[in-house]
Design a protein around this ligand. Structure first.
Ligand SMILES: Cc1cc2nc3c(=O)[nH]c(=O)nc-3n(C[C@H](O)[C@H](O)[C@H](O)COP(=O)(O)OP(=O)(O)OC[C@H]3O[C@@H](n4cnc5c(N)ncnc54)[C@H](O)[C@@H]3O)c2cc1C
Length: 412
């Protein structure tokens, strides 16, 4: 017997919050219950490695909606509450409080969990941090100043953004990473070198081609060791070793799962009326013609909005080119569309020296992605070309020439 019934059950944070906003904006008048495991109302995570970490933004600044909005829009939010199980057939969810909630439609936007390096020696020492939540960011901020020297593990977004923020706060930072060049795996070596140079020019030491071996300390970390034998003294460590989709609830409910919750092009899971969005959602992309799962802020937002419309009966496929941004303190910002997983040609529009450029990633003569530093205006064209799948072979000169009109590229 269910304790109660709702029309829309939304499980998660960022994407779920946007789903709730869209349901109300689009005129859904049924009951909405949003359940999230964290202490806070649904919030955005990008500031946790940027403004919030540096103490320039408050917790409330990160919220999707303030507490007033939920009250005024009659959306019930249960924070610090896990959904422990889901009966897809009965359309009922069990909450940590043991309450059972029946639902007509549900959203599973359970996000991602950080990869924890618990197999390494010393992994239990104090002063070793991961970064996913507001509490994690507060913990890093509280320790960083006294730590004297912080080691960042990983040369991708978390490692570089946190290194930049802490350095801007006056903390000495060293990045230790497997790659030789920061962002090399995502953007390729040459574009990665641009960001690598910026980080080094602000005093960040970068040790590439190094694999973490163990943590050293007695109670508290005082150094890390690499497989090549280097020992780097530090007062704290922040690990950015990637995340994995949190599919636990979906798996237990018997939904199809394969590196994320398997969804169709509408973002519906293998069970009718149950949708997914954000980091956990592996959807059939009508733009890319393949399955995609993207761990980005804008994708969570857009998919939360799309799922709301799908719950209200829209049959439209999700058709948005994934977009991503990142900031290295106020030293450099990047924007990217894609994701370009493979490319066979890379074309620069503008130079790294000018600090204003767009890099095109082409695969088989088609735009697979683009990276912009201070050329946001070009991204619209990159989006259009990626979405249309236009063959741009032979138009490389126009793509590269900063004075050329991109409007006409791909139209022949
Ligand atoms: C530090 C940091 C910086 C970032 N910076 C950028 C950036 O600059 N640009 C960018 O594009 N992206 C950035 N991202 C990525 C972006 O924040 C994520 O893509 C986005 O948060 C995904 O939203 P989501 O709703 O899918 O997941 P989340 O925001 O993780 O929300 C999922 C929520 O569901 C909860 N949950 C899971 N299971 C259950 C359950 N069974 N019951 C109840 N609740 C449950 C989780 O606890 C979590 O609160 C950053 C991420 C981090 C961590």
């Amino acid at each position: 017997m269910a304790d109660r019934a709702v029309d829309f059950l939304l499980i998660g944070g960022w994407a779920a919050g946007h789903c709730a906003s869209t349901l109300r904006r689009e005129g859904a008048d049924g009951s909405i219950l949003l359940v999230g495991r964290e202490q806070h109302l649904p919030y955005e995570r990008p500031p946790l490695s940027k403004e919030f970490l540096r103490g320039e933004a408050s917790v409330e600044d990160t919220y999707v909606n303030g507490a007033d909005w939920y009250e005024q829009n009659d959306v019930e939010v249960l924070t610090e509450t896990s959904v422990t199980s889901l009966d897809a057939e009965e359309r009922a969810a069990k909450l940590q409080s043991r309450e059972t909630v029946r639902f007509a439609k549900a959203l599973l936007a359970t996000g991602a969990r950080v990869n924890i390096l618990h197999h390494l020696e010393g992994a239990q020492l104090d002063g070793i941090h991961y970064l996913r939540t507001i509490g994690n960011s507060e913990g890093i901020r509280a320790e960083a100043q006294d730590a004297g020297h912080v080691v960042l593990i990983g040369g991708s977004f978390i490692g570089t953004e946190v290194a930049a923020s802490l350095t801007a706060m006056g903390v000495k930072c060293t990045i230790v990473m497997l790659e030789e060049v920061t962002f090399e795996r995502i953007f390729g070596e040459e574009p990665g070198r641009y960001f690598h140079g910026i980080l080094e020019s602000h005093g960040i030491e970068i040790l590439g081609g190094e694999e973490l071996d163990s943590f050293v300390g007695d109670g508290r970390v005082r150094a890390i060791k690499t497989k090549s034998g280097k020992e780097i003294e530090c007062g704290a460590v922040v690990i950015g070793a990637g995340v994995h989709p949190d599919t636990m609830l979906a798996e237990r409910a018997g939904l199809a799962v394969d590196n994320g919750i398997t969804c169709d092009e509408k973002l519906q899971t293998s069970v009718e009326g149950i949708f997914s969005a954000g980091d956990v959602c592996s959807y059939q992309s009508v733009i890319h013609g393949r399955r995609l799962r993207v761990e980005h802020w804008d994708v969570g937002l857009q998919q939360g909005q799309h799922a709301a419309k799908a719950m209200m009966g829209s049959e439209d496929p999700y058709r948005v080119v994934p977009y991503f941004f990142s900031d290295l303190a106020d030293w450099a910002s990047l924007e990217s569309i894609g994701p370009a997983l493979d490319w066979d040609e890379l074309i620069w529009r503008g130079t790294a020296d000018s600090g204003k450029f767009l890099v095109w990633y082409l695969n088989g003569g088609k735009v697979a992605g683009a990276l912009s530093v201070d050329r946001s205006e070009d991204l619209e064209h990159a989006r259009r070309l990626l979405e249309s799948g236009a063959d741009v072979s032979g138009e490389e000169d126009a793509l590269a020439d900063v004075d050329s009109d991109l409007e006409t590229v791909g139209s022949s």
